[in-house]
Write a protein that binds this ligand. Structure first.
Ligand SMILES: [Cu+2]
Length: 161
């Protein structure tokens, strides 16, 4: 690689990594890398994943939000019950203790975008908001990653509601 090609390659790498890691702040709440997965045609739901850190001194709660692609937005918990993976909506929201980081990820806590109005395509960004009980509302964007393996199929099946 000559210097003529090296410089553009370096710039591209910086831009690419900038797009990968995106974060947001609202009050003492820090949000890291919201992402979701591309969905097959006519998929009714998509999961939303991100890391939330509470840098404050009092607990806060993720109580809801919205996205531009779904009518409903729910905060879900996934857990093993008697050897079966179950999901349920956290109607009181997800508590983030002071100093704690909670990761919403496949197989664990997640955001459920329900009644999708269109399929999600890899590489696009989906605009949304998150609402915290104390810190308030924050605009975010979910980066759409490739269609996953089993979790995507599993979600479709388990979210027949
Ligand atoms: Cu769910």
């Amino acid at each position: 690689m000559t210097w003529r090609t090296f410089i553009p390659a370096l710039l591209f790498a910086v831009v690419a990594s900038g797009a990968q890691a995106h974060d947001y702040k609202v009050g003492p709440i820090a949000i890291d890398h919201p992402w979701t997965r591309a969905t097959p045609k006519n998929a009714p739901v998509a999961g939303g994943y991100l890391k939330i850190t509470n840098t404050g001194t009092t607990p806060d709660r993720l109580t809801g939000g919205s996205t531009e692609v779904a009518k409903r937005f729910e905060v879900h918990e996934m857990s093993m019950e008697g050897g079966v993976m179950k999901m349920r909506e956290l109607r009181d929201g997800l508590t983030i203790a002071p100093g704690a980081t909670v990761e919403l990820k496949p197989g664990s806590y997640h955001i459920m975008m329900m009644n999708l109005s269109r399929p999600l395509a890899k590489g696009e960004n989906v605009k949304g908001t998150l609402t915290f009980e104390k810190a308030g509302k924050v605009d975010i964007e979910f980066a759409v990653e490739a269609i996953g393996g089993s979790p995507a199929g599993m979600k479709t099946k388990e979210h027949g509601h």
